[in-house]
Design a protein around this ligand. Structure first.
Ligand SMILES: [Fe+2]
Length: 480
């Protein structure tokens, strides 16, 4: 072998290794199996069932998350980036079937045809990427899937929602309102009120003016009203809180500035207070702007009101390292350290004068869930927790916590299992929690159901299969 052949061989080796994102000599840490991704749709497949899923849990558990990590030698470098796949776990008496299908976004179809990624991701740059013309050219619809008017919506946070057929998982098109809202961000965490009507936000720069768009949709999916409200600064926003009278958004201290891609443009500004923006649900008027110490939040628990006070919980981070460090390392299948665990905090707001009190509930938790039939009551929250000190930092426990006292109960699968967002399913006693999981030691993915009131007993039923599914973000359960 001459020097040139040697260098060509080395270049090929580096290119091959970099498609897995992992450039070190050792094997990737085992928990990063869930970040390898899949290349094709996953056709319906029967799972191995253990125990018996309660009748109330029969139906479909839908999940969405980043799934297509690579095309050819190109590979995304950040967990925000890969194209979304909607997965369905169909639970029947004695059987569970799994299916996964990529959301056919405008971008997915173009890039499938081209055989390569044409655009960079939220945290990845590719050489020779095409310029971004609008939000839809980069929308990967990979964060959440929720029902609306007999269909599912696959949602991202910087573009339109995609409509999905709940049976075939086929992509039906984008959710459209009127021309003024075409392509305007429709965030990934809509909330439903007591009447089943949908409320949402979208954060966008209109001609360099940071703007928050507010949406109110009827249960039939039609737009009831919207508003575009200028903001003081472009802080990162992901979720919000709905109460009987108010919609509350957090303008966080992770602020969009200059940079090479979306993640690079986010700068943590610890000296800049975050803002709680309190809007009146009736007319979307801004009732109060309440400053709080710099915080970073992806997810809020449900909100409720007591007299003139507004209550809610937040899974709060000290900074934005989870985005600027952790999600790069996980997607690149690198060892940690990744980031700090999020702490559950109880907020009490008063509007006259505007003030916020916070109480730490002493529990690390993410992916808060609750009984969506009574969205505005102080009720038990569920979540994924644990492993804050372990190398993986990925949750291994299902937890349930009282947001008023911090009293909690949990079931911890221990190291080797990654627990994804638990969803509340109504049932006898205190109902059930249903969640998907990855058992990275066994190389198996699956779902499990636990009695919400008896978490420590562990799963009453589970189903798994001999393959690893990509770890995702959010979903919903629709009873049969
Ligand atoms: Fe989220």
């Amino acid at each position: 072998m001459n020097r040139r052949e040697f260098l060509q061989g080395l270049a090929a080796l580096v290119a091959a290794q970099s498609t897995s994102g992992y450039l070190w000599a050792e094997a990737p840490p085992p928990w990063t199996l869930g970040f390898e991704g899949v290349e094709e749709d996953l056709p319906p497949r029967a799972m191995r069932v253990r125990g018996e899923f309660p009748a109330q849990c029969r139906g479909s558990l839908y999940r969405n998350g980043p799934a297509l990590y690579a095309r050819g030698l190109q590979r995304y470098q950040h967990w925000f980036d890969p194209d979304g796949m909607v997965q369905a776990f169909r639970i029947a008496a004695g059987s569970v079937e799994h299916q996964g299908r990529f959301v056919r976004t405008h971008r997915f179809k173009q890039e499938e045809k081209a055989g390569r990624f044409l655009h960079g991701g939220a945290g990845t740059n590719f050489e020779d990427a095409l310029p971004v013309r609008n939000n839809e050219s980069t929308n990967v619809a990979n964060i959440n899937v929720q029902p609306l008017n007999g269909e599912l919506l696959a949602m991202w946070e910087a573009g339109s929602a995609y409509r999905i057929d709940p049976d075939s998982l086929e992509t039906l098109g984008t959710l459209e309102f009127d021309d003024s809202l075409r392509g305007v961000p429709f965030s990934a965490h809509p909330h439903f009120d007591e009447r089943g009507e949908l409320w949402n936000i979208g954060s966008v720069l209109f001609a360099h003016q940071p703007t928050l768009v507010l949406y109110h949709l009827g249960a039939d999916g039609r737009l009831q009203k919207s508003a575009a409200v200028p903001m003081d600064f472009p802080g990162y926003m992901h979720d919000f809180v709905l109460t009987p009278r108010y919609l509350i958004a957090l303008n966080s201290s992770a602020v969009l500035g200059a940079g090479d891609n979306f993640v690079d443009r986010l700068h943590w500004e610890p000296e800049r207070p975050s803002q709680l923006l309190v809007f009146d649900r009736n007319d979307f008027s801004l009732r109060a702007t309440i400053e709080v110490p710099a915080t970073f939040v992806f997810h809020f628990g449900n909100g409720w009101e007591e007299g003139d006070n507004i209550h809610f919980t937040a899974c709060a981070y000290r900074d934005m390292d989870i985005v600027s460090v952790g999600m790069f390392r996980l997607a690149q299948q690198q060892p940690g350290p990744y980031h700090d665990a999020s702490a559950l905090v109880h907020y009490t707001l008063s509007l006259s004068p505007g003030s916020a009190e916070t109480t730490s509930l002493g529990i690390d938790m993410e992916f808060p869930g609750y009984d969506t039939r009574r969205p505005f009551s102080a009720q038990m929250l569920s979540g994924a927790a644990g492993q804050g000190e372990a190398d993986s930092r990925l949750a291994s426990a299902v937890v349930r916590v009282d947001p008023r006292t911090g009293d909690s109960e949990r079931f911890d699968y221990g190291e080797g299992v990654v627990v994804e967002e638990p969803l509340f399913v109504p049932g006898p006693d205190e109902g059930y929690l249903l969640h998907s999981f990855l058992d990275y030691r066994q190389g198996r993915s699956g779902i499990a159901a636990l009695k919400a009131g008896r978490l420590a007993d562990g799963p009453v039923a589970s189903a798994d299969m001999e393959r690893v599914l990509p770890l995702g973000f959010h979903g919903c359960f629709l009873p049969a």
